[in-house]
Design a protein. Sequence first.
Length: 331
Amino acid sequence: MSELVTGDAVVLGLRPARLPSRALALAIDMAVVWTVYLSVSVGLAIATASLDEAAGMAIAVASFVLVLVGAPIAVETLTHGRSLGKMACGLRVVRDDGGPIRFRHALVRGAVGVVEILMTFGVVACIASLISERGRRIGDVFAGTLVVRERVSAGRVGVVPPPPPWLVGRFAGLDLSGVPDGLWLAIRQYLTRMGQLDPQVGAAMAGRLAGDLAARTGAPAPREVPAAAYLAAVVNERQARDARRAFVGASGSGAVSGGAGPAPAPGGSVAAPVPAPGAGPGSAPGSAPAPAPAPAPVDGSVDGSVDGSVRVSAGSEAGAASSGTGFAPPA
């Protein structure tokens, strides 16, 4: 096992790839690269048949460097350490601290690989991988990288495992407001990668995270509950609270936006519309009859404007709009 510390200060016990899996991945990569190189070489030889010998040699060297050296470097840089062979074997190249590799790491690996893989047919790389404790070849030593196993089911990546049924709802009374986002992230990363960790490393991480979580919530973790199960149960409780909060918020906003009609009066009857300015008994013949005067506002406040219209105060409007929802409307 190899303990790697990620950027979130989470120690991961990843399994370094050994010689058989790395040799198989390298064989797949070499088969693909040499097939492309031979195809490109034949095409260039036909296209440059009319050139002199020096130009032909320059083109041959350029194709060798670009296809056999540049292509693997570009693939590892763009895929963050996963070539075709490594994808097939479930491997990945990572930095010594567990982060994804960059162009400089891939460049050093590719440059050293010209000597220890291409020129020696992989003999030097095999010997170095056998001698190294973590299965690293010389290119990995100079680049500061490590090839690790990454065979994880695609459907379970990033999914927090559910807690045991007897722990669901047990921590409903915990105060989770003091738990920082960084601790939640560390707990989620541990739970999603729990199956990839060494048992001793995983148990130590679970105990440390459980202690930090108990200190933030102010309630000690139950001694009869395993640390990993305690973490899963608390994360499940937080997810349940977030789901309830989102559901209540969505239903409340729907109730506020759904009331398009006039607000009912306190007695249950609908208030009549306010008459338009100038409408009254002296209107022109044939016009619609003037509606009945509007009832007094609920709170009794009247705001007289310049044109003589009557407006209901903002306080009564807010009370009618928010009735039955439990949320105050936005200001």
